[in-house]
Design a protein around this ligand. Structure first.
Ligand code: FPP
Length: 252
């Protein structure tokens, strides 16, 4: 990292970062919206609203640095336990966000994909817009933005195991031939590369059931920043940290 001398803001050398090689797939656990709001005496939902700005700045950063895959954790299978008003807000907010941002994502050549259990209790009207956004952007390849929604890493493995069991039952697969590929090809997004960098904000140091299979070898970077304050510079810091670690391991 360098400073530009005039206002001491950190400046990242994007070109150098690109040349060193960016991660194939960055996973982001966007944590701390509630605490951000609480610190300001605002309702928790205001934290989610402000989180949108952070997410889209991170997307711009991903495009700038040439990331091809980024997966963000927006709603987990466990998040249904939150107060019903907050759950309802997130459902409405996701729908609203997709309606407002679809043109921009399309223009930026971002392919949007959802991973998770895309069914009830997600409201039908939201499922429809999720599906439309996926279809509309399906031809893009610049950046694939995966939104983990009603997602759980264990649920994903359960779903893969069920599909596998069905194939065994139908005689399409011999139990003795089950291998890692039999599982990975039955995950929600089988063509996605493994997550090689996983970033979590808000100082928590947990995986929270996020991409358990895909992030098996990921470098973990934890940042104290609360998600609504996250900006692309934080993403760049994490990528630089990843590049240092990878290079160190390479030298051993
Ligand atoms: C975690 O903060 C954040 C979430 C559960 C929601 C994340 C959503 C966004 C950043 C906005 C984008 C939304 C969509 C639907 C694409 P928290 O509420 O767990 O915060 P806390 O740990 O401080 O309570």
């Amino acid at each position: 990292m360098m400073t530009n001398g005039t206002n001491e803001q950190p400046v990242h050398d994007i070109e150098a970062m690109r040349q060193r090689g960016v991660p194939d797939h960055v996973g982001v656990i966007m944590d701390g919206n509630g605490r951000w709001a609480k610190q300001r005496d605002l309702p928790r939902t205001d934290g989610h609203t402000r989180g949108e700005e952070a997410l889209f700045d991170a997307v711009e950063g991903a495009l700038e640095v040439g990331l091809e895959w980024m997966t963000v954790y927006a709603f987990s299978t466990e998040n249904w336990k939150r107060p019903p008003s907050e759950v309802a807000f997130i459902m409405w907010f996701n729908r609203d966000l997709l309606l407002r941002r679809a043109d921009e994502l399309d223009a930026r050549e971002v392919r949007v994909r959802f991973i998770g259990r895309q069914k009830r209790p997600i409201p039908k009207s939201l499922l429809k817009i999720m599906d439309e956004t996926e279809r509309r952007t399906a031809h893009h390849r610049r950046l694939t933005l995966q939104i983990a929604f009603n997602y759980g890493g264990r649920a994903e493995l359960v779903d893969a195991a069920r599909a596998l069991a069905e194939d065994v039952k139908a005689g399409r697969l011999q139990p003795g031939r089950v291998n890692e590929k039999s599982i990975s090809s039955r995950l929600y997004s089988p063509d996605a590369p493994d997550v090689d960098l996983l970033v979590r904000t808000s100082g928590e140091r947990r995986l929270s059931n996020f991409m358990l299979w895909e992030a098996a070898y990921a470098e973990l970077v934890f940042d104290d920043v609360l998600w609504p304050d996250f900006r692309r510079t934080h993403l760049f810091d994490a990528i630089e940290e990843f590049q240092k670690r990878t290079r160190r391991f390479g030298a051993v």
